[in-house]
Each structure stands twice: as structure tokens, then as C-alpha cells.
Design a protein around this ligand. Structure first.
Ligand code: NAG
Ligand code: NAG
Length: 336
């Protein structure tokens, strides 16, 4: 059950630093992805059984498809895989542009689902070496999961409280509190969403929905917050469902999301994790790998059959629902 934010005392509002309006910086729909994103072809750093294709090859084999209003990235669901080859054909793309403080609105119709799959939509710094400048995982899960996991991965000195209000007023459950990528086998600090249908097969059955990520450097501000709404949820904010044509995200306000109700995940960036030393401008990534460090390790416990790599090699038809279908990705930046 989501509740509304308690009203802030007036004094708290007056003490806040400069307010901002958020304006549309970039909108990615259909063909826009082909022009403004890069297809990455390296070996999967998470050791997945995947063969990431370049754009021309992905387009030629229809593992990437763009129309005026759709953008699709999918797994190869036609061919068996050479056990000595790199793995199943798939797509990993990154935005050419990086963004710092932002409101990020993803209208997603379908995400990859099924045994062996490990899709993610996330952002990361270009500073390097990783995790300098941080990583924010907005959508992530494996195999037959049906609850989304959002996480931060950072350099040391970034921790989250394990509890809820007033620090973390959110509907999701804390899975880990130390965001430092060098501890806990790089688990990061995660929050599992409480909203129904935030991931996998139930997400797709409902026609997908909307993910919104807000990030702010203001120590008294929202930090990193992530909301999810199913497509038919009557609480989807109008500015999310039907973006305003003016480019102004929402009526002038300190933070445009203050009236949206409880987020699924909240990561305050203040005393225990200061923004300036852990985060900088991020590019965005969509990927889809198979097995590897997480989906492979969790494969049997997820109730999936046999060996993960064998399953990927020998069952192309099992990957027919392993695709991203993006309606739009809109990124709003503040003007102070
Ligand atoms: C490529 O994929 C799109 C989207 O799924 C589909 O509509 C189209 O028919 C496919 N084209 C071919 C040649 O298979
Ligand atoms: C969150 O934790 C509560 C209490 O342990 C549990 O009932 C609920 O199923 C959990 N939600 C998720 C999404 O794991």
C-alpha cells in the first residue's frame, strides 16, 4: 500500500537551496536509438553466455528493430549456439550522451524474460576505472524473477540505512546496505521492489509500464529515487504517461516528483554517501546477457531446467520472449 508524502514543514522548504525546473534534454523514440546510441560488442564483463552484435549485424538479423514509435532489442531465438562460440546473439547499447542530475522516464512495453536471461537498464560513469563516478541499476533481474532489483555500486564510503522513514520512505525491501563494489562480491546496495509486476513475466503480461529515476546532488534533496507503475495503474502521473509538449517536465517546484507518493526505492545521498565524491555524469545502458555471474549462479535455485549454458546453447525457441520493447526514454535536466 502506498502512502502520500507527509507535508514538509515550511521551514524545511525555505531552507532548501536553489530550486530547479526540469526541461526535456533528450527524447529517444524508435530510430533515435540508432543514431544516438552505440552498440557494444566486447566479451560480457559479467561472463555471460552471450555474443553481443554490432549494429549492422543486429539490424540485419532483426535482433535490433526500429520503427517510428518502437525500438526493439532481442535475443536470437532461431539458432542453436556453437558450444565453442561466444554465446547466444544479443544486444548491448549505451547512450552517446551522459547526464548528471536528471529525471529519467522510461516507457517500456516489454522486457526480456525467462530462464537464463539477465537483462538490465542502468547508468554508469565514464570516468573510470569502474566504479569511480558510480553505477545506478534501475532495472535488473534474472531467470524467473518477478520483482525488480535496483542497486548502487560505488567506491568505498557509501552506505545506506537498512530501515525506512525518515531516511528511506519507500515501498521496496532493502537487500544490502553497503554500496561499495569492493565488498560483498560487488552486490552493491539493493532494494527489491514491492510493487506487483515490476519485473519479468507479470510485467510483460500487464503491457509493461513506467520506470522513473530521479537523481539530485542536493544533500537535502531526493538523492536517487526510483518509481515503477504498471501501465494500467491509475496512479501513473500525467507528466509520466503523457509528457508535456512544452518540454517543461512539471509545474515549477523544488522537485517535480514531490507529489508522486512513496517511491519503490530511495537512496539518500548525504551523510553516509556524499554525491560529489561518488557520482558524476552517467551514460545509460540497455543489455541482455545469459547465465554468467548472476543468472548462471541463481539458475537452478530459480527453478530452471538442467545446466544454464546448455539451455542457452540448445533451446533457441526458449528465447522468444527475451526482448526489450521500448516506447520511449525521456531525460529531463534541471535549470536553476
Ligand atoms: C523484425 O522485428 C519486428 C518487431 O518484432 C517485426 O515486426 C518484423 O516483422 C521483423 N522482421 C522480420 C523480417 O522478421
Ligand atoms: C518484503 O519483506 C516483507 C516482510 O519480510 C515480505 O512480506 C515481502 O514479501 C517482501 N517483499 C518483496 C518484494 O520481497
Amino acid at each position: 500500500m502506498r502512502t502520500r508524502y507527509p507535508l514538509l514543514p515550511l521551514a524545511a522548504l525555505l531552507m532548501r537551496p536553489a530550486s530547479a525546473n526540469f526541461f526535456l534534454a533528450d527524447s529517444y523514440v524508435g530510430h533515435d536509438f540508432l543514431q544516438s546510441w552505440t552498440w557494444e560488442t566486447f566479451d560480457d564483463p559479467t561472463h555471460g553466455r552471450v555474443n553481443y552484435l554490432d549494429q549492422a549485424t543486429a539490424l540485419a538479423s532483426n535482433l535490433t528493430f526500429a520503427s517510428d514509435d518502437k525500438f526493439i532489442m532481442r535475443a536470437d531465438s532461431q539458432n542453436t549456439v556453437d558450444p565453442n562460440g561466444r554465446g547466444r546473439g544479443s544486444v548491448r547499447i549505451k547512450s552517446n550522451k551522459a547526464y548528471d542530475e536528471a529525471v529519467v522516464v522510461l516507457d517500456l512495453q516489454h522486457m526480456p524474460e525467462g530462464c537464463a536471461t539477465w537483462p538490465a537498464f542502468w547508468s554508469l560513469s565514464q570516468a573510470g576505472p569502474w566504479p569511480h563516478g558510480g553505477e545506478i541499476d534501475i532495472i535488473e533481474g534474472v531467470n524467473l524473477n518477478n520483482a525488480n532489483l535496483a542497486s548502487l555500486h560505488t567506491t568505498p564510503g557509501c552506505t545506506m540505512s537498512s530501515a525506512g522513514p525518515p531516511d528511506r520512505f519507500m515501498s521496496g525491501n532493502v537487500t544490502a546496505t553497503d554500496c561499495d563494489a569492493s565488498v560483498n562480491f560487488n552486490q552493491g546496495c539493493g532494494v527489491q521492489f514491492g510493487s506487483p509486476a515490476s519485473y519479468g513475466s507479470p510485467f510483460n503480461a500487464g503491457g509493461g509500464g513506467f520506470f522513473v529515476m530521479v537523481r539530485s546532488r542536493d544533500a537535502s534533496g531526493p538523492g536517487v529515487r526510483i518509481w515503477f507503475w504498471s501501465r494500467d495503474d491509475p496512479r501513473v502521473p500525467l507528466e509520466v504517461r503523457a509528457p508535456p509538449p512544452t518540454g517543461l517536465f512539471a509545474p515549477a517546484s523544488l522537485y517535480p516528483t514531490a507529489w508522486w507518493g512513496e517511491p519503490d526505492a530511495v537512496f539518500p545521498l548525504s551523510d553516509n554517501c556524499d554525491y560529489a565524491s561518488h557520482f558524476d555524469p552517467h551514460i545509460f545502458v540497455f543489455d541482455l546477457t545469459f547465465c554468467g555471474d548472476w543468472a548462471g549462479t541463481a539458475y537452478s535455485a530459480s527453478g530452471c531446467p538442467g545446466d544454464c549454458n546448455d539451455y542457452v546453447n540448445n533451446n533457441p525457441q526458449a528465447f522468444q520472449s527475451a526482448y526489450w520493447e521500448v516506447n520511449s526514454l525521456r531525460i529531463y535536466s534541471p535549470r536553476y
